[in-house]
Write a protein that binds this ligand. Structure first.
Ligand code: AP5
Length: 208
């Protein structure tokens, strides 16, 4: 099974991807996570990507398309994968069609107010990358998976979030129409409880 998670920043793509990949044994391919790992390791890709990410802009299509094309040739991805955060432009979607057949696109949405509340409250483990929300964390809490320190992503500051939401509307939201026209789009209400969203996605995927 090869699927895409589509939706604005903070809607819950990463949170749901972790659960769905475990349940359906899919490789979780998050372009945001790959870019952040490259920034952490100081690679050339990381250095190039950092300035775009910190401003809430998209990394150029050519860079991202090559990265995903390579990742999809790895054995775990060939068996089945979930693309989280890719494609993000029509050009990326058109390129993807040349090297991967997609079974479904799960589109999640939520109000702008809720997205901002979720992103500003997000904390990420510096060690394992697990995601949390301050509303469900004790003060000074560490990661409950590995004990790592929790931090706020650079691009989760309010001024950057506003640009990320604008970029989503201008460059990524046209993919909703793109995949609707191809009969691949399935919509899920991202405002519901985390467990409810997971169950709704599972119900869709079990029918594929
Ligand atoms: P990326 O890392 O992909 O960020 P994003 O798409 O903006 O998505 P987020 O990670 O912000 O949110 P999410 O939907 O995963 O939400 P989460 O599950 O964490 O990309 C970062 C940057 O990299 C981009 O801006 C761009 O520069 C670059 N990039 C990446 N891919 C690219 C591409 N293809 N092309 C070009 N550039 C690219 O949840 C958020 C919070 O809400 C968490 O705290 C969580 O606990 C909480 N939460 C989640 N679901 C629920 C729920 N149902 N109820 C209550 N709380 C919830």
């Amino acid at each position: 099974m090869k699927i895409i998670f589509l939706g604005p920043p903070g809607v819950g793509k990463g949170t749901q991807a972790e659960r769905i990949c475990e349940r359906f044994e899919l490789a979780h391919i998050s372009t945001g996570d790959i870019l952040r790992a490259n920034i952490k390791n100081g690679t050339e890709l990381g250095k190039a990507a950092k300035s775009y990410i910190d401003k809430g802009e998209l990394v150029p299509d050519s860079v991202i398309i090559d990265l995903v094309r390579d990742r999809l040739t790895e054995p775990d991805a060939v068996k089945g994968c979930l693309l989280d955060g890719f494609p993000r432009t029509v050009a990326q979607a058109e390129a993807l069609e040349e090297f991967c057949d997609i079974d479904a696109v799960i589109n999640m949405d939520a109000s702008v107010e809720l997205l901002i509340e979720r992103i500003t409250g997000r904390r990420v483990c510096r060690n394992c990358g697990a995601t949390f929300h301050i509303s469900r964390l004790a003060p000074d809490a560490a990661c409950d998976k590995c004990g790592g320190e929790l931090y706020q992503r650079n691009d989760d500051k309010l001024e950057t979030i506003e640009n990320r939401l604008k970029v989503y509307t201008a460059q990524t939201s046209p993919l909703i129409e793109y995949y609707t026209a191809k009969g691949l789009l399935k919509s899920v209400d991202g405002e519901k409880h985390i467990d409810t969203v997971t169950e709704e996605i599972c119900a869709i995927l079990e029918q594929l």
